[in-house]
Design a protein around this ligand. Structure first.
Ligand code: KIV
Length: 273
């Protein structure tokens, strides 16, 4: 049975994503980390769900993405995969599980694919992780690259400001994007770089380029779901469009519940046995 035949819903594949780039259809991508959220996003028609290591921030409350472990990423990914019927599910390989050693990179990718049932992995970096990328790809695991602001390297950058504004860094980023394509990556995320450079990268490679803070002239967009739904409120970079204010909605609902409990308004007769 092919992966398209398991239900009536046609699953998104790397091939479909490639076709979308070719015909100029923009690719939509959001993060998710749990069953309930992934189910809502998938049913709404998102193309790619990223089980991002931003789970370290929005799910676990860490300041950076560095502390999250491979086991924790697999736990989140497994919950997401259980909910998803159509979207292509990509999982971040966390910091320390692929950078220095291509054998470890392969082991990490295989664990994610085997234990979670996800469809691909994402890694941060270019030339410096070429061996790890190639090794993972050699096992038949699709790899998404991630260039520009790469949060796993935040202590090297020292700041979350826009990357690749200078000529030398822009040149390396373009070279890295071409290298990732040559290695066989199926797509690349570009984070927080000048829109002009992102446009140049998207035109220079044939694989889909998904932007976050990279302007409109790329093949798709990704946001962290907690940020775009307004669940998190502290993080308000220029690139973030907030589509809802769920923090306010949820706070009001919880306040109303507390009031009803205190006032003996809940449960009423119809809510009792
Ligand atoms: O972890 C994450 O959420 C990401 C996106 C910001 C692209 O890598």
């Amino acid at each position: 049975m092919s992966i398209h035949q398991s239900s009536n819903i046609k699953r998104i594949t790397t091939h479909i994503l490639q076709e979308m780039k070719m015909r100029g259809e923009k690719i939509s991508m959001l993060t998710a980390y749990d069953f309930s959220m992934a189910g809502i996003i998938d049913a709404a028609g998102i193309d790619i769900i990223l089980v991002g290591d931003s789970a370290s921030n929005v799910m676990a409350g860490h300041e950076t993405t560095l502390p999250i472990t491979l086991d924790q990423m697999i736990y989140h990914a497994t919950s997401v995969v259980r909910a998803v019927k159509r979207a292509f599910v990509v999982v971040d390989i966390p910091f320390g599980s692929y950078q220095g050693n291509s054998s470890e990179a392969l082991r990490s990718a295989i664990r994610i694919m085997k234990e979670s049932g996800a469809h691909a992995v994402k890694v941060e970096g270019g030339a410096e992780i070429k061996e790890s990328v190639s090794r993972i790809l050699s096992a038949g695991v699709p790899v998404m690259g991630h260039l520009g602001l790469t949060p796993q390297s935040i202590y090297k950058f020292g700041t979350y400001t826009v990357r690749a504004k200078e000529e030398a860094e822009a040149k390396k980023l373009l070279e890295d994007a071409k290298l990732l394509e040559e290695c066989g990556c199926f797509a690349i995320v570009l984070e927080k770089i000048p829109a002009r450079l992102a446009k140049k990268v998207a035109a220079a490679v044939d694989i889909p380029v998904i932007g976050i803070g990279a302007g409109p002239d790329v093949d798709g967009q990704v946001l962290v779901v907690h940020d775009m739904l307004g669940i998190t409120q502290e993080f308000k970079p220029r690139f973030l469009r907030q589509y809802a204010d769920l923090q306010a909605t949820m706070t009001k609902a919880v306040e109303d519940y507390i009031k009803d409990v205190k006032d003996r308004n809940f449960p009423n007769e119809g809510e009792s046995y």
